[in-house]
Design a protein around this ligand. Structure first.
Ligand code: HEM
Length: 137
């Protein structure tokens, strides 16, 4: 068994699960729970969570891009239409990566965090769907 492709696929699935699962959890459970707190508490707790997550976000983004590039450059052949689907995936993936890095910042108002997280939750569902298409074509 060639270990590198297996490690790359593992790194890709683990890092994307962390970023997309984290966004969906924040969108569906964590941020709605904060709605009930006074505004000052919302930002304070949001900042504490951002402080704990920041380095993990950078690790996940680095692993995701490195493993994604490896997956792409080591693909034996590109079926017709592959690059078009891959291009759309990259646009949504860029959105997820950029906003995930922004979510590691402190001082972001709760309402803005909610909007950002809602946006990347949608992109996450789209990217995973596109990735399934990329594997199937
Ligand atoms: C948040 C962003 C991303 C998500 C959620 C995501 C998700 C996925 C998933 C679920 C797969 C299928 C895994 C499998 O069954 O092996 C996959 C495969 C792949 N991903 Fe990503 N990915 C993301 C970003 C990227 C990036 C940035 C790149 C390139 C730089 C990339 C390149 C690839 C490639 C080449 C494959 C293999 C597809 C194939 O079989 O042809 N991905 N990705």
């Amino acid at each position: 068994m060639d270990l590198v492709p297996v490690l790359s696929r593992w790194a890709h699935i683990a890092s994307m699960a962390f970023l997309t699962g984290g966004a969906l959890f924040a969108h569906l459970a964590y941020l709605p729970a904060l709605d009930k707190l006074p505004e000052a508490e919302q930002t304070k707790l949001g900042d504490r969570v951002a402080d704990s997550l920041r380095s993990w976000i950078f690790i996940a983004v680095a692993l995701l891009i490195l493993s994604g590039l490896y997956n792409f450059l080591n693909k034996p052949m590109y079926p017709p239409g592959y690059h078009a689907w891959f291009g759309v995936k990259m646009l949504a993936a860029l959105h997820i990566v950029a906003v995930s890095i922004l979510l590691g910042k402190t001082g972001v108002p709760h309402a803005k965090r909610k909007r950002w997280v809602a946006g990347i939750s949608l992109s996450a569902i789209l990217v995973i769907g596109l990735s399934a298409v990329l594997r199937a074509i």
